[in-house]
Design a protein around this ligand. Sequence first.
Ligand SMILES: Cc1cc2nc3c(=O)[nH]c(=O)nc-3n(C[C@H](O)[C@H](O)[C@H](O)COP(=O)(O)O)c2cc1C
Length: 161
Amino acid sequence: MSDVLCMYYSRTGNTKKAMLEIAAELGAETVELRDAVERSGWQGWLRCGLDAMKKTTGPLSHYETERPLSEYRLVILGTPVWAGRCSSVMRTFLKEHGGELERVAYVLTRSSENRHQEVWDQMDLYVPGTHRAAASLRSGSVGYDFWKVEFLRQVKEFLVE
Ligand SMILES: Cc1cc2nc3c(=O)[nH]c(=O)nc-3n(C[C@H](O)[C@H](O)[C@H](O)COP(=O)(O)O)c2cc1C
């Protein structure tokens, strides 16, 4: 069993790719979060934007972790940025379980130059402490690998403490 859990939501695969790369480096367990909302196509895009802006939350599809959330050394949460916020799927998870996450780190994926670091602070509002490490990755950008390696360095530093 792994000490590190990587949980993520990904609508179009960018966050999933980043989280699977990170999990492989750390030997971490991975769990994908989903909801039952139709989020494909332009109508789905619009729905995502509205849900993010209105901070709408809804039921998550069933998922399982190997152990209770509080027992992991670190839980890494991965989400796309939607309208300058975390995805509503990740917000639902944070609302329901954030209180159980004593040791947490964040991975955002985004499409703009804006790193949206304020989203890390927004996510911190749902957890008991503050995040131990964080990354904001733009797929295909020159900084992608640099910031991913920097994130892994922060995580490994925390794990040896
Ligand atoms: C509704 C919606 C709103 C978005 N808003 C932002 C934004 O404010 N800033 C940004 O940089 N990217 C924004 N994006 C782009 C996504 O964050 C980016 O493409 C991300 O990597 C997608 O991750 P995924 O493939 O895991 O779903 C938005 C995407 C969607 C669907």
